[in-house]
Design a protein around this ligand. Sequence first.
Ligand code: SF4
Length: 341
Amino acid sequence: MNGKPVLYRDAKTVLNVNNNAFKEKLLCGGVILNLGDACAYSCSFCYVGSMLRFHAPPVLSAYTLTHGVTLPFQKVVIRRQNAIDRLRAQLLDRKGRRRYSDDDDARVVFSSTTVDVAANMELLRETAEACNMILQHTGWHIRLLSKSNLLHLLVANEMIPSKYHHRLIFGFSTGTLHDNVAKAIESGSATVSKRLESLHWLQDNDFRTFGMICPSLPQDDYDSFSSDICAAIRVEKCEHVWAEPLNVRGESLSRTLAALRAAGLNAEANNLAAVSGAGKGKAWEDYARMTFLAHTKNIEPGKLRFLQYIDTGTAGWWGERRRLGAVLLGKTAKAKLLTAV
Ligand code: SF4
């Protein structure tokens, strides 16, 4: 699949109805849907592998035993075994009765926190099947995020019937407008220009959309970066817009630096190197603040959702800017009651 071997994990569930982390990001009402664990794409900044440090190794070891080849997490696709049957069992009891029977329960489901939901047609069909089951058996709405230009086919090709379209919200990750940068750090995904075509098709046909300016790299000119990207995603047509600098977890930073250098994008690599590394805490904080402040000029407070992990030294500055759209995350935010929910 997308040039990677496909492995399967015998997960007990595909739906998590009590996920506080993504609820705090305001991406969902605490419900997330994950049909797989390792993505068909290979973004340098992806930190899913470090999140799945307990679930993925046994699957990778089994592959090594069978094939005599050791592959890292980024080089495989992991799907969840019998994902649709698992979902049905989570939505319906043994007698086929709905477990979530309140049609007025319009919580938003977010998919996916681990894989791209539309990385190829086979995965898109699985996503459609899962969405149809959720839409049929709950009152929930579904937020779908992708780096693929196939996503809009869910509605353009009626893979999800029109009676459910008002309960779908579509978004595309667009942390850069430059196809060459995206190609370097988001290996295998659609070009940004193709993603924007899908987004615009959805907006032109009155579908609900959201923006996802993530992750964005350090810029020479933050104001023009923000105004260009906000124009490109048509902020006025987005219900909300999430934005975030690079999220440093596992090897996401070192892999992104290496990917930029390998692609000959030395200016971008130098900018990232200048704000990262030992003793560069202030430079990194400035990068986050300048990104945020630029976005506040183009995205109204009720619409902007700028994701920011804080510590005791930065809590004051960010705490005062929640009213402008800063959504604060992490242990300090929780301890100081600065999270959004
Ligand atoms: S699309 Fe998302 S889940 Fe897939 S590799 Fe990229 S960051 Fe990871």
